[in-house]
Ligand binder design. Structure first.
Ligand code: CTP
Length: 429
């Protein structure tokens, strides 16, 4: 089978020229370049994908160095792994030396030696990801498909390449479910059996790798489908017994997508995922996945704030009271609680939701019109006095007691007249 027509049709002209140039330079070095993995699968499915992985039968790092010298590309090479990244203005290309892999023990990173394209394909996760397309001029577009990936695509099947695949690398369990839901495919019967058998092998996977796969899942258009399926299969519970993929999660993830930019969504999904956790659950989860400090703070804050939501359940609260209550929490935690508290009835109440929304859409942006310089001109001295005046102005602005610059000026002047240097803290703090 030849995919030259699909390559020419789907890849942007500029990208195509880059790839052909790389292949031409490889040929001069006596090497051969292939498109490989997800891009081949997506070419066959007709899905847009400009994330190109190239495999070189030869030395990918040397080839990439040579290409970088003769083009505008920026090079990022990992000699130890035989991989290189070429960054162009609009595209990034990943090059890897074709390699053979052996696993010393389940879950470990594999030992790697240079190999041919077929060695490189057999070490991969699923048959639909284990295809390559030659870019050499003598057989340009020729499909290399030793594991019947194309037939599995046609039958909408996800199949591992050998029975030890999931135990070699149990992240493939998460990856497989992700493909199943993304494409609406099914696991081939033997693969489904082995997946269930090897769920316990997730215990051999490091926290960073599990977290990385969850982040990958959170980049899907509808990650809740993947999470639900992982729940049904018992995979989520293996990562943490309190994780759930129920209809509550599905609804909240959907709402999150309407509110947040894609780049920030994964962190928000993490905060929603642990919404029903106890303090003990969350600490276990953060440790198991080695969650970085900033996200850990947001996830802990999500639960801390959830516990304090009853304080927001009073319609008589002033805007400044809402502001001072919420400002100590990470923004993500407030957003997660706003999404989680969006209930039509029951608790948390609509008032709580309304107050959280008010903070997110309005209160957190409120600033005084007057700044320190202007206050100095009004005769207020820098230091603790100015700090207090600024806080009083800010509070008055939050509560709508001052609206214009002139209001602020009048208030500032009246405060100046008042003698309050010994006043310890304003009464609202
Ligand atoms: N791969 C693998 N086992 C893994 C991770 C990756 O065999 N645990 C292989 C697969 O062949 C995959 C390729 O490495 O196609 C690249 O991995 P990745 O970038 O994660 O996948 P893509 O196919 O590029 O992206 P996606 O499938 O999500 O579209």
């Amino acid at each position: 089978m030849n995919l030259a027509r699909q390559i020419e049709q789907y890849l942007p002209q500029q990208l195509l020229e880059l790839v052909k140039d790389i292949s031409g330079q490889a040929a001069e070095r006596g090497e051969k370049v292939y498109l490989v993995g997800g891009i081949v699968r997506d070419l066959l499915l007709g899905y847009p994908n400009f994330d190109l992985d190239l495999v070189v039968e030869g030395d990918a790092v040397k080839l990439a160095q040579q290409v970088a010298e003769t083009s505008q590309a920026r090079l990022l090479a990992h000699r130890r792994f035989g991989t290189a990244k070429l960054r162009y203005e609009k595209f990034t290309l990943d090059l890897a030396t074709a390699r053979k892999e052996t696993y010393a023990r389940p879950g470990a990173l594999p030992a790697v030696t240079p190999g041919a394209i077929k060695d490189d394909l057999i070490r991969r996760d699923f048959s639909i990801n284990a295809m390559a397309v030659s870019l050499a001029s003598n057989d340009y577009g020729e499909l290399v498909d030793p594991h019947r990936g194309k037939s599995d695509l046609e039958h909408r099947l996800i199949r591992i390449l050998h029975p030890g695949s999931f135990s070699d690398d149990a992240t493939r369990i998460l990856r497989g479910v992700c493909y199943e839901q993304r494409f609406g495919f099914e696991f081939e019967a033997q693969t489904a059996r082995l997946l269930k058998r090897d769920i316990t092998m997730l215990d051999t996977i490091s926290g960073d790798r599990i977290r990385h796969e969850l982040e990958h899942i959170f980049e899907e258009n509808r990650p809740e489908l993947v999470i639900k399926r992982l729940d049904e299969l018992g995979v989520l519970q293996r990562i943490n017994p309190s994780l759930k993929g129920d209809s509550w999660i599905a609804e909240k993830f959907d709402r999150a997508r309407h509110l947040k930019k894609p780049a920030q969504l994964p962190s928000l999904y993490f905060c929603l995922l642990i919404y029903s956790f106890s303090e003990r659950d969350i600490e276990r989860f953060l440790a198991r996945l080695n969650i970085p400090a900033k996200l850990s703070r947001a996830m802990r804050d999500t639960l801390r704030l959830k516990a304090r939501l009853p304080l927001l359940d009073k319609s008589s609260l002033k805007p400044s009271e809402i502001y001072y209550l919420l400002r100590e929490y990470e923004l993500l935690a407030i957003q997660a609680n706003a999404i989680a508290s969006d209930e039509k009835e029951g608790t948390p109440s609509l008032i709580v939701h309304h107050h959280l929304q008010l903070f997110l859409t309005k209160l957190r942006y409120v600033r005084t019109s007057l700044d320190g310089e202007e206050l100095k001109r009004l005769g207020i001295s820098a230091g603790p006095e100015m700090g207090k005046v600024l806080r009083i102005l800010h509070k008055a602005k939050l509560d709508g007691e001052v609206r214009t610059r002139a209001d602020e000026k009048n208030l500032a002047l009246s405060l100046k007249a008042r003698d309050f240097p010994t006043d310890p803290e304003p009464p609202w703090e």
